[in-house]
Design a protein around this ligand. Structure first.
Ligand SMILES: Cc1cc2nc3c(=O)[nH]c(=O)nc-3n(C[C@H](O)[C@H](O)[C@H](O)COP(=O)(O)OP(=O)(O)OC[C@H]3O[C@@H](n4cnc5c(N)ncnc54)[C@H](O)[C@@H]3O)c2cc1C
Length: 453
């Protein structure tokens, strides 16, 4: 045996699982294999001229104790940075301008939605909860509860912003389980919000959480985890095939090397997991391969403060489909995390692509930057040159939990039962956020720890 556990993939999920194994069982008990030459997968940060340019996620909600515990175990708790309260306002683009999203009663006087849609939204508390637990799309759920227009504009935009996804195709239960629970447990969303506000932290929904990162960006987390693992991570080591042996598993690498372990955690995007397990079990590999992905490009734009006329007094804005622009959303990072840009500068992050605009990933970097600038200029009153631009591409960046995800999860779980000591972890299964990745690593550790014991 080369080690007890091989973790395949050094994204957030793999790093979380591997560092915990190292801390609990010692360095000899774990090896982490990473195809590329750096850790982090889609999570990482470049630091250029005082700007922090996150590759993918720019933070996580600080409501998941397990994430905070992991961060603490890495000695990073003191470096956490919470989003600036000046970034509380959020905007949606519609009819050529930005509308602030307001709560009741101001919402009723906002022109974001038509009068009819605003009235329909007020009826939400009177819409009965769905009785049967049949699969429902996010758009189906939202239009049933708040009306079709509010669903398209508000929820559709949010789904594009979070998942780069199409609300008509994604499964409500798997993408927003907390909201499904709000309807089930409280009878409706307004009723749930009222009850939660009254009970606050005692509620099963928990606190909403504050967007949190590090001064050096989310890359700080993966860099520290990778440093702790040291030579227990093998870079440029793509796993090609996993085979079962009498005493555990053999992982064959693309360069012909073979490594043996008692257990394996596969922390890859599901299409990668499908390839390396195809020889083990065809139905398992097919279920993994059927989880679709959407590509996203993140365009970072840096300006001197005077080059941007807009106050940038908020989080940023989202764009529903059908508004004639290709930008999915724009985060005002220098407002959210002022320490991530030099004083008197602006850092914007623009998302382009997603499931509804796959062609966007075919654009060159120059074209993506030009597109972002063209669409943002009138909205944010940009009147000077960007001093720095950066494009990060995530060709298959975000898994899409489309209808049928439950069946795919069941087939994958069945595979884990047939092959004790083999566990699948990552953002493809039960949540895409950094918090979900930590929980997914925990779940995999639970499965293989029982087996090793
Ligand atoms: C643009 C974008 C914005 C996001 N924003 C947020 C956000 O604001 N907040 C939030 O919470 N989440 C956000 N997310 C989601 C979150 O960042 C991801 O879900 C998370 O980083 C995924 O981590 P992972 O380890 O599961 O997978 P990955 O990051 O995909 O890591 C998988 C790793 O496996 C490696 N690998 C692949 N094949 C092999 C092989 N055969 N052998 C060995 N290694 C292999 C890859 O190189 C990679 O390092 C965002 C994601 C994207 C793309």
């Amino acid at each position: 045996m080369d080690t007890d556990v091989i973790v395949i993939g050094a994204g957030v999920t793999g790093l979380c699982a591997a560092t915990q194994l190292l801390q609990q069982r010692g360095a000899d008990s774990v090896l982490c294999l990473e195809a590329s030459e750096h850790p982090g997968g889609t999570t990482g940060s470049d630091r250029v001229d005082g700007f922090v340019l996150d590759w993918g996620g720019n933070g996580f909600l600080d409501r998941e104790p397990r994430t905070l515990e992991w961060i603490d175990s890495l000695g990073l708790s003191d470096g956490l940075v919470r989003a600036n309260t000046a970034a509380a306002k959020r905007f949606i683009y519609r009819h050529g301008r930005l509308h602030e999203i307001k709560g009741p009663p101001a919402f009723f006087f906002s022109s974001l939605l038509s009068w009819k849609a605003r009235l329909r939204l007020c009826f939400e508390p009177f819409i009965p909860a769905k009785r049967e637990r049949s699969p429902e799309s996010i758009h189906g759920f939202a239009s049933r509860r708040i009306g079709a227009e509010a669903a398209r504009i508000m929820v559709g935009a949010m789904v594009l912003g979070v998942y780069g996804g199409d609300a008509e195709k994604l499964s409500m239960e798997h993408c927003f389980p907390r909201m499904t629970a709000m309807e089930r447990d409280y009878g409706g969303l307004m009723k749930a919000l009222l009850a939660i506000n009254m009970k606050r932290r005692a509620s099963p929904m928990g606190p909403p959480g504050v967007l949190t990162s590090f001064e050096g960006g989310t890359g700080t987390l993966v860099e520290k985890a990778a440093a702790l693992l040291g030579d227990r991570i093998r870079y440029n080591s793509a796993a090609k095939v996993v085979t079962k042996t009498e005493s555990g598993y053999t992982v064959s690498l693309a360069d012909g090397r073979q490594l043996k372990s008692r257990a394996v955690i596969v922390a890859l995007p599901s299409h990668g997991a499908a390839k390396i397990t195809a020889g083990l079990d065809l139905s398992l590999s097919q279920a993994l391969d059927e989880i679709p992905y959407a590509g996203l490009a993140v365009v970072s734009l840096c300006f001197p403060r005077e080059a941007v006329g807009h106050d940038l007094d908020g989080f940023g804005f989202l764009v529903p489909r059908g508004e004639g622009v290709r930008t999915l959303g724009c985060l005002w990072t220098s407002t959210l995390f002022p320490s991530q840009a030099p004083e008197d500068s602006v850092l914007l992050r623009v998302m382009i692509g997603g499931a509804t605009d796959p062609e966007a990933l075919g654009l060159s970097d120059e074209q993506l930057v030009a597109l972002a600038l063209e669409e943002l200029t009138p909205l944010l009153d940009i009147k000077g040159e960007a001093t720095l631009t950066r494009v990060m591409r995530h060709e298959q960046g975000i898994p899409q939990y489309t209808l049928g995800h439950e069946e795919r999860l069941s087939a994958i779980e069945a595979g884990e039962e047939v092959f004790p000591g083999l566990a699948f972890a990552g953002n493809a299964y039960r949540g895409i956020g950094l918090n979900d990745c930590v929980l997914s690593a925990d779940r995999a550790l639970g499965l293989i720890t029982d087996y090793l014991a």
